[in-house]
Design a protein around this ligand. Sequence first.
Ligand code: SAH
Length: 483
Amino acid sequence: MSWMEFKKNEILTVTIEDIGNDGEGIGKIDGFTLFVKDAVIGDVVSVKIMKAKKQYAYAKLEKVLTPSPFRVEPKCAFHRQCGGCQIQTMSYERQLQFKENKIKRNLLHIGKFDQAVIERIMEPIVGMEEAFHYRNKAQYPVGTDREGKPIVGFYAGRTHTIIENNECFLGAPENKRILETILEYMKQQRVSAYQEETGEGLIRHILIRTGFSSKQIMVCIVINGQKMRNGNFLPQEGMLIDALKRIENMTSISVCINRERTNVIMGKEVHTLWGKDTITDNICIREGEDFRRTGKEIQYKISPLSFYQVNPVQTEKLYSIALDYAGLTGEETVWDLYCGIGTISLFLAQKAKKVYGVEVVPQAIADAKENAANNGINNVEFFVGKAEEVLPDLYEREGVYADVIVVDPPRKGCDAVCLETMLRMKPKRIVYVSCDSATLARDLKVLCDGGYELVRGRGVDQFGQTVHVEVIIMMQYCGKEKN
Ligand code: SAH
């Protein structure tokens, strides 16, 4: 124990020397650590202590005294309240460096890999050409302000209070006009917004999806109601449709019924009010250092409820790297575990003999099959079920084989049984696509203790302004097991 202890509400000056995994600034005062959200590495800031422990404290940024050379003007006035963009005040270059370091730090500390191995295998992170306006999907909650006027916005970090804002800079620029059109209609026709506390009111959320290569726009209004006596779902429905369909590239207008009192956004039932039921988007393989689009375009149909990658430009790069790492010659049997709607599977199928996909959500597999058929790809087969159940089962009963296994699990990583089965199947190569480098590092340790070695790796930024980063690692079988 030292003489020094932080006290709540105390104001201090500190230099920010590091960045935590959640993007927070980290500074030290006499060996004690301060975590300061919204402070940028290199800033000298004045902070207020919010929560003090013996060795460290959480502090709130009060004032930037000397700005860091990495500090930039934020685009969005709400970046501190929203919490969606944790590092918007950091230059994009520095964001990429932070993400690259985070991956390496996790491989070192959690994976226990040698620094020299990590430096050797990791290729430079792939950044975005445009670090804003990259999301093809936006979901805005609808509520009312103090005067009862309808508003759209976002939930203030970790709360359910809606802060009014109809322009999120991560989304498509057209979203603003769509939101304004719906709000105007609500005001004119006195259509109520849903109130979470009472469960009353009609309009809950607005979902907008845009096909980046097709330009098609889909609007889906989530409502707390049913068909009315006149067969419509919304009062003066025709007026809203007329206004929305005038927006360029509008392709699909629908409602989704959600009458449950939960914070799940979408319901199960969708009714198209105007236009098509789905929009399409195309993605294709990219090659070379500059990631030129070279492959055949694969078309995806997207409905309001289907899963689709939110940053299609970077997804093309990410999955093209995965394909490159898989090293296919046309002779291989490949398993794509956690395959979703088969985005990676359909990339792989263009260069493999046969691809098998495994995914737990039945609707995603239905979409995957339809996407394969629509694109004339017939060397793929999909299984519904948990990877850790389907794979061992098929291995034991039928002795299934893989030259290459690709995995793209959710944040919690692969199940232990799944990893164990992969080790028993001994594919020549394993390609691991991950959205959480901590669980990735944990799983790589298991695979490398079981006879694999790291060969190549690369970060790909799918989510500029946020602390998230995707990583791809390629391993090959070397037979050196550690006990
Ligand atoms: N590559 C996919 C997305 C992968 S996201 C695509 O581009 O579409 C991770 C996927 O793993 C999700 O679709 C999720 O539903 C699925 N999943 C989660 N747990 C699983 C499990 N235990 N077994 C198989 N799939 C699982």
